[in-house]
Write a protein that binds this ligand. Sequence first.
Ligand SMILES: Cc1ncc(COP(=O)(O)O)c(C=O)c1O
Length: 392
Amino acid sequence: MPRAASRVERIPPYLFARIDKKKAEARKRGMDLVDFSIGDPDLPTPAHIVQRMKEATENPKNHQYPSYEGMPAFRRAVAEWYMGRFGVRLDPDKEVVALIGSKEGIAHLPWVYLDDGDVALIPSPGYPVYRITTLLAGGTPYIMPLREENAFRPIFDEVPEEARRKAKICFINYPNNPTGAHADDGLYEKAIRLGRDNDILICHDAAYSEVTYDGYRARSILEFDKDKRYSIEFHSLSKTYCMTGWRIGFAVGNSEAVQNLGKLKTNIDSGVFQAIQEAGIEALTGSQESVEAMKAVFTRRRDLVIDGLDSVGIRVDKPLATFYIWARVPAGYTSSEFAETLIERIGVVVTPGAGFGDEGEGYFRISITTPEERIREAIGRMKGLTFLRKQR
Ligand SMILES: Cc1ncc(COP(=O)(O)O)c(C=O)c1O
């Protein structure tokens, strides 16, 4: 076999391999694992969306190649949803492109904008796709640390002049994976200023914009970039409508950026299965009751986890969004050691923060995509750990 291209060799080792191994070993020993590591809603896709999909698969027109950029009706549904949700008007023909999940668009964006040596500003801890696809595209990541003392928001003024000059894109993600942090208006204003002053396209990943609690409403970066000059925003139906397996999302914003992304995609994929786009239209334009119901379930789980962690001496503020709880590991442990210890001793799986970048060290992530009784079970087991009790 020939050697894989150096591009592929640049992909960093899979950081969760050790955790996966520990999980497999624990299972082999017959341990009952409570798995908090999966960022995938355990709730089913709402029935009305599934029904629309069933009907749409019967239509032979949907069996053919879809259009690359998404059906006009899907793009119109996106524009309508956007106006209703954020009060931002979008031209469905020029400012909206359908994606095979938002990951697909996020992963392709560095290929659209980065030549060898160009810089992408990337948050750490962060969704690993930003950094890895920047490397694959031949770009250079410049890491913007997200620190707890700054509410897990980047400080753009700390990015050195040279990195700013070489940067062509900047990823931000709010509500944030893995920290559960939300943005304030100032963050978006500063991001737009960064884009304007340095000719940088701000790429806002808003995959969790609808997974919010306690009355918090996340905002779109396009509410701040009114002329859509500096930004592109990625949205997903995965989390909002529990549709992770369906693979549908969209990008909106600056028309040149949206169309450049579309141009790249015409040479790579052939669009989203039209029946899935029809289901997407149903999701965006139909009843939103399921979203409220999902948020109620996640709110209860969030509170259970936060109270449970508190009872074992790990204190965390309640996140207002996402289904992630980001907590400090107990003193004396790295995030991987802590995660491995939990699996070995009590069969509880959490994600070590270091897997989301160097700045994630010292933290672990709990995903609340696990039913309440399993959360109670895990907390009960954690109470038995003497090294946690010592934290109190
Ligand atoms: C921050 C963030 N962005 C994007 C995605 C991708 O979602 P999808 O490709 O399912 O739309 C995820 C998935 O976990 C995520 O956590």
